[in-house]
Ligand binder design. Structure first.
Ligand code: NI
Length: 136
């Protein structure tokens, strides 16, 4: 019997969609306003979902306090009020699209979980635009 446990979190961050190996003209053509050299911000909403068997002793799939602490350390403390391109090492050479941010978050959280737990990251860049990644 698999059950999914989810925790919501939030962070504000600035970014610029940009490839160093493209000209400014090509970046502007592909990424439009999102390539503004002066950066722009988003209120990111995050849903971290963990699926697995219910532990017979505790009745938990995962202790949600443990999950909350991991999200705080790996995501909120690392990304909140940061310029992702400039201040977050994972994006030094990786374009900080919502897709890539979701993959980076997955890769930071997954090693902290027991290997038999399935992880899914859902990241809202705006209330209407969101991406999901579950390691496939
Ligand atoms: Ni943006």
């Amino acid at each position: 019997m698999n059950v999914t446990v989810s925790r919501k979190a939030h962070f504000n961050a600035a970014h610029r969609l940009y490839r160093k190996d493209w000209t400014d003209e090509k970046n502007s053509l592909i990424f439009g306003k999102c390539s503004n050299p002066n950066y722009h911000g988003h209120n990111y909403e995050l849903i971290v979902s963990v699926t697995g068997e219910i532990d017979k002793e505790t009745g938990y799939v995962i202790d949600i306090q443990f999950l909350k602490d991991i999200i705080k350390e790996e995501v909120e403390d690392a990304f909140d009020h940061k310029n992702l391109n400039v201040e977050v090492p994972e994006f030094k050479d990786l374009n900080p699209t919502a897709e890539h941010i979701a993959v980076v978050i997955y890769n930071k959280i997954k090693p902290k979980l027991k290997p038999n737990l399935h992880l899914e990251i859902t990241l809202y860049e705006t209330p209407r635009n969101f991406v999901s990644y579950s390691g496939k």
